[in-house]
Design a protein around this ligand. Structure first.
Ligand code: KG4
Ligand code: ZN
Length: 351
């Protein structure tokens, strides 16, 4: 039996606790705050913190009960230290420190993006699916907070080759959905409505299409949607919703396809993984698979839907790899000095 990890992710608006062993998830609990933040049209940091504080102990108890384990049985504790919302991250870090100190366990800090990168290789409690991780591989992470292309040279060794310059893709989908009166978070609703629309009905600019970099930028397209809505007679908007949604979503997905395809032309990788909340989107997964296969590489997406969004299971699985390499905090002093890093930037190139 591989070491048992208790992992915590409170990076945004989900309180998630998992018990993992190697790549296997023994239990995973997610208490979502989406309903709470809906009224504000976005995550309200102070409320997120209070909610994490009230839910974290029940979530830990539930994860342990489902795994039929006690805190004493755990080998090490792991926590997301960043990137994310500072007040939210703080709750997970404080709780992890308390457990590590009280039960004398090593603490493993994990970057949230590392979790999304490896989410395609997370297994259920029976060890399925069995996917070999072959290095180097390319990772595409598309979420509400991030849009990144990352080269993974070897285990836990990363180089960001492209990233968001302003808004993330998920954020741009959410903001347009809000402008269209579809509520928050709107990515999934926008996708549904877009299915009935014509992608060519509106000409939204394809972000960063002509640039040489692998970076992403979505604040311009958001402004284009604002302008389009301003010049559209209000009575016409309801009838145009599917076309607006389809054209807008298409431009965003196309920009991702262009950068992915560019990276695949330059980097000769055999494996490409997709992660992050926007990986729920069918248009994205389809273009991802098609583009990757066209370059004779194998596409991997998170094997279970819960692994696309924020979850502690992916954090636990990465922590298991770190434990095996002894990348852990042992001493009281080291554990105490761990701090939240809201703008953590994953760039640890170890060859
Ligand atoms: O990874 P995630 O749960 O949280 C962050 O780390 O940001 O991603 C949330 C994002 C939101 O922007 C949400 O609108 C988007 O994922 N999302 C989708 C879909 N489901 C969730 N975007 C497009 N289509 C979907 N079906
Ligand atoms: Zn995330």
């Amino acid at each position: 039996m591989k070491p048992l990890i208790l992992a915590i992710d409170t990076s945004c608006d989900e309180t998630s606790i998992a018990i993992t062993s190697g790549a296997r998830v023994i239990s995973n609990v997610i208490f979502s705050q989406t309903q709470l933040h809906k009224q504000f049209g976005g995550v309200y940091p102070i409320m997120a913190k209070a909610e994490h504080q009230s839910k974290i102990q029940p979530a830990i108890s539930l994860a342990l009960a489902r795994a039929r384990l006690k805190l004493q049985d755990i080998t090490a504790v792991a926590v997301t230290y960043g990137p994310g919302l500072a007040p939210a991250l703080e709750v997970g870090i404080q709780t992890t420190k308390q457990i590590a100190t009280e039960f004398n366990k090593p603490l493993i800090p994990v970057d949230h993006i590392e979790g999304h990168i490896y989410s395609a290789f997370v297994q259920n409690s029976k060890g399925n699916p069995k996917r070999d991780i072959k290095y180097p591989f390319l990772a595409l992470v598309v979420s509400g907070g991030h849009t990144e292309l990352i080269m993974v040279a070897s285990e836990l060794s990363y180089k960001i080759i492209g990233e968001k310059l302003d808004d993330a893709a998920g954020e741009a989908l959410d903001k347009a959905a809000r402008m269209l009166g579809l509520g928050y978070p709107g990515g999934a609703v926008l996708e549904k409505i877009a299915m009935k629309g014509n992608i060519h009905a509106y000409k939204f600019p394809i972000p960063m299409q002509g640039t040489n970099s692998y970076d992403f930028s979505y604040s311009g397209i958001k402004t284009a949607m604002k302008r389009t809505l301003a010049i559209t007679p209000p009575e016409e908007i309801p009838g145009q919703l599917p076309h607006l949604a389809a054209s807008y979503q298409h431009a965003i997905m196309k920009s991702i396809e262009i950068k992915l395809e560019k990276a695949l032309r330059y980097f000769a990788v055999k494996t490409v993984v997709l992660g992050g909340g926007v990986a729920h989107n069918k248009q994205l997964t389809q273009l991802f698979r098609k583009t990757v296969r066209a370059h004779d590489a194998i596409p991997f997406t998170p094997p279970f839907p819960y692994l696309c969004g924020d979850n502690a299971a992916m954090i636990g699985v990465v922590a298991g790899m770190k434990y095996a390499k002894n990348i852990v905090l042992y001493s009281k002093k080291e554990i105490e000095s761990l701090d939240r890093t809201p703008r953590a930037h994953l760039n640890t190139w170890v060859l």
